[in-house]
Every structure is written in structure tokens, then in C-alpha cells.
Write a protein of this length. Structure first.
Length: 177
């Protein structure tokens, strides 16, 4: 029994879920999202809740049952509330700024790093060292955050770099003379 797949999704006010063929479309106050459905899982909208059921009993159907429920739940949360991730920049002279559609970062390299902000994502920089990535698509917000973090991952000897807010980086002891 899938515990995730069997739990229904409650729809908040202003959010509608519709299925057109093999595509699920979720519309809400923040925007619209769509996702392809797996053929092994069916979806029903009943009394402001969305319920998922398996069409056949097999191992792939059981695996995709919980997956489809989680993906549609993320879409419902995204169009109603949105998602955000915060990153912090630690290091002397490390800073970031948004210029037009680009995020410009100084991360200790000989050149500034310019990152083109994708459509559907908004990036804000506070106090030159806190980057907030927000949007309605959870996967896209996480991917953009990971790409920004990848420009200068946290150093385990000095702690410098780009890290998520609340991320713990263990500082190693250097060589002893």
C-alpha cells in the first residue's frame, strides 16, 4: 500500500485541477503548471480533493502512484503559495547583484560570473550576500539554486563559498606543521 499515493490532495481556494488526455493542468492565482500523467495511474477530482488510483497492480504502478500524487501536490502548492530557497554567500569580497535579467556574482575568481535568470524564476539579493530564489515550479527553483551553489561550493577548510541558509559545513583542520 502506498501511503503517499492514497492520501488525497485538498485544493485551496482559487486552484483548479483538470486532466486533458494524458496531461494534468493546475491553474491558480500565481500561474499555471502542467505535467504528463503516467498511464498506470488514474486521477479523479471529487469535492475539492484530488484522488489517485492505480489502474493495474504491478511494481511500476505502485512506484508511479506515489510519484504522481507528489508531483501534482507540488504543483498545487506552487500555484497557490510558491516555493523559495535562500542561499548565502560567505567570503571576503564575495557579493552578488541582480542587473536586468542577469545575476552577477563576484566569487573570488578573476572575472565576475553572470547567470541568466530563467523564465518563471525571480531572484532577489539582500545585503549583497543573501540570494532568494523563488518561483512556482519546485523542480526549477531547486535546479536554479543548485546551479548558483555550484559556481563556488563551500570550502571545507575556510568555509568560504555559496551555501544554502541553514546548511552545515564541517570545517576540517588543516595540515599541522
Amino acid at each position: 500500500m502506498s501511503r503517499v499515493g492514497n492520501s488525497p490532495i485538498a485544493l485551496p481556494g482559487g486552484v483548479t485541477v483538470a486532466q486533458a488526455g494524458s496531461v494534468v493542468q493546475v491553474k491558480g492565482p500565481k500561474g499555471n503548471l502542467s505535467q504528463a500523467m503516467v498511464a498506470l495511474v488514474s486521477m479523479k477530482v471529487v469535492d475539492n480533493t484530488v484522488v489517485f488510483e492505480r489502474t493495474i497492480e504491478s511494481k511500476p504502478a505502485r512506484a508511479n502512484h506515489g510519484l504522481m500524487r507528489a508531483l501534482v501536490n507540488n504543483m498545487v502548492v506552487g500555484v497557490s503559495q510558491g516555493f523559495k530557497k535562500e542561499l548565502t554567500i560567505i567570503g571576503v569580497g564575495y557579493r552578488a547583484d541582480v542587473k536586468g535579467k542577469n545575476l552577477v556574482m563576484q566569487l573570488g575568481y578573476s572575472h565576475p560570473i553572470e547567470y541568466l535568470i530563467p523564465n518563471g524564476i525571480s531572484i532577489e539579493v539582500d545585503k549583497n550576500n543573501t540570494i532568494t530564489v523563488s518561483g512556482i515550479d519546485k523542480q526549477q527553483v531547486g535546479q536554479v539554486s543548485a546551479e548558483i551553489r555550484g559556481f563556488r561550493k563551500p570550502d571545507h577548510y575556510k568555509g568560504k563559498g555559496v551555501r544554502y541558509v541553514g546548511e552545515y559545513v564541517r570545517i576540517k583542520q588543516g595540515k599541522s606543521a
